[in-house]
Design a protein around this ligand. Structure first.
Ligand code: IMP
Ligand code: MG
Length: 181
């Protein structure tokens, strides 16, 4: 299969993503045995990962979503986080797993983890498909991590640039000529 014309290179194939998610789901199954965790996805980037992750899990779980302000068409974070859509569920006493697409500067995730922690969940953990450690500005604890990625702008498998490429089934690096940093 030919690589998408806007991609500079392939990072993770469909097969690699599937294998890694099966491993992560198996670990969550073990860690939450006998419990019913609530998976909270951060829209929009995490929705594809969420649907594959929860179908790979065998334990009982429920799902909810929240949305925060995104980058718009720029590839750099503004440093400001805004809650655009809150979850519907009451999370008091629940075992929460926040499901995110990528941990970059950490600004978005530290805001979300603080916000949800204040609502007294029984436990709260973070599950991220990708981790870009070179770009971290705020320290955030990761409990489940799919892959580490270099400091490049990635697209595909839920990751967008200006809302495009989310439906590409693999993850790759976008051609830098397509955006100006
Ligand atoms: P943070 O606050 O800098 O950690 O930003 C995390 C959010 O930025 C993610 O949820 C993504 O929506 C977006 N993001 C960061 N890096 C990338 C990337 O390489 N490709 C696509 N989106 C990204
Ligand atoms: Mg995004």
């Amino acid at each position: 299969m030919a690589l998408h014309k806007d991609f500079e290179s392939l990072l993770f194939s469909e097969e690699q993503i599937k294998t890694r998610i099966a491993e992560m789901a198996a670990q969550i199954d073990i860690d939450y045995k006998g419990k019913t965790p609530l998976l909270i996805g951060v829209l929009k980037g995490s929705f594809i990962f969420m649907s594959d992750l929860m179908r790979a899990m065998k334990i009982e779980c429920t799902v909810d979503f929240l949305a925060v302000s995104s980058y718009g068409t720029k590839s750099e974070t503004s440093g400001q986080v805004r809650l655009l859509k809150d979850i519907n569920e009451n999370i008091e006493g629940r075992d929460v797993i926040v499901v995110e697409d990528i941990l970059d500067s950490g600004i978005t995730l530290s805001y979300i983890m603080k916000l949800l922690s204040m609502r007294r969940p029984a436990s709260i953990k973070l599950c991220t498909l990708l981790d870009k450690p070179e770009r971290r500005r705020v320290q955030v604890d990761i409990h489940y991590r799919g892959f580490e990625v270099p400091d490049a702008f990635v697209v595909g498998y839920g990751f967008d640039f200006a809302e495009k490429y989310r439906n590409v089934p693999y993850i790759g690096i976008l051609k830098p000529s397509l955006y100006a940093r």
